[in-house]
Design a protein around this ligand. Structure first.
Ligand code: NAP
Length: 244
């Protein structure tokens, strides 16, 4: 049985992705900031007949990340799939900002969306290297694509959320460099855009977004189960390649 870890998996897209990976036959480890949230979500999946357990990870707190890696090493010895899903968009709820570039907003956003995945990959890579087919999935966004941000024809061209968009661009760059650094291994690294999804990421999302978390989880499952011949270091959504 494959062992999969999903960060921020207690709700939203993370929970849907965890459920989907478990439905595909994996034992899924629900990582959440609060122990009760991890246990509740894992309990829900177990009650559905799926194989799930919980672990505490706050991606901004490297000590919790390291402790989780040690716990998972003791229990499972390796990790097959890592989904870096935890992410935030505080700009969407911040109202009027004093200036378009806000250092505090960048610090907060990057701590979770950029340094979070870096901390998690650093701690878990030794366990992923023990898998015969390790897969790292970075949950990014087309709104972070530099190609889309600079293309007047893109539906996302008019969007300006500087900290969030640049954080996802940085995450995409991390996908590329990691894929290159791990080219001699079976590990594949993929950035995915789940679409605009009905979650609580931003006010109004639930009401306005067209995509359910269940449908959005499809692309995460795809990246998590890439076959051995598939390329590493790609950026995909449900329709295929996304321009970087
Ligand atoms: P969400 O409903 O707000 O869920 C975010 C999840 O991340 C929650 O489980 C939250 O945990 C967790 N989280 C936040 N900060 C964390 C931290 N420091 N450590 C660990 N977990 C943390 O949002 P979502 O839409 O499911 O977002 C999931 C991912 O999809 C994000 O990376 C987001 O950027 C990306 N995405 C979403 C959309 C969309 O339209 N929704 C589009 C493109 C990309 P708590 O419950 O403890 O807060």
């Amino acid at each position: 049985m494959k062992i999969a870890l999903v960060t921020g998996a207690n709700r939203g897209l993370g929970l849907a992705a965890a459920r989907r990976l478990a439905q595909d036959g994996a034992h899924v480890i629900i990582a959440a900031r609060r122990p009760d949230a991890a246990a509740d979500a894992a309990g829900r999946l177990s009650a559905e007949g799926l194989s799930a357990s919980g672990v505490v990870i706050d991606v901004t707190d490297a000590a919790t990340v390291r402790a989780a890696a040690s716990e998972i090493e003791d229990r499972f010895g390796h990790l097959d799939v890592l989904v870096n899903n935890a992410g935030i968009l505080p700009e969407a709820a911040s109202g009027e900002q004093a200036e378009v570039i806000d250092l505090a907003m960048f610090r907060q956003t990057y701590a979770t969306n950029v340094l979070g995945p870096v901390a998690v990959v650093e701690a878990f890579l030794p366990l992923i290297r023990r898998s015969p087919a390790g897969r790292i999935v970075n949950v990014s966004s087309t709104v972070g694509s530099l190609a889309h941000q600079t293309d007047p024809e893109s539906p996302w061209h008019g969007m300006v959320v500087p900290a969030y968009q640049s954080s996802k661009a940085a995450l995409n760059a991390i996908t590329i460099v990691l894929a290159k650094a791990l080219a001699g291994t079976p590990i594949k690294v993929t950035s995915v855009c789940p679409g605009w999804v009905q979650t609580d990421l931003a006010p109004g999302n639930r009401e306005q977004a067209p995509t359910t978390p269940e449908d959005a989880a499809e692309v995460i499952a795809r990246a998590a189960t890439l076959d051995d011949a598939a390329p590493s270091g790609t950026f995909i959504d449900v329709d295929g390649a996304v321009a970087w």
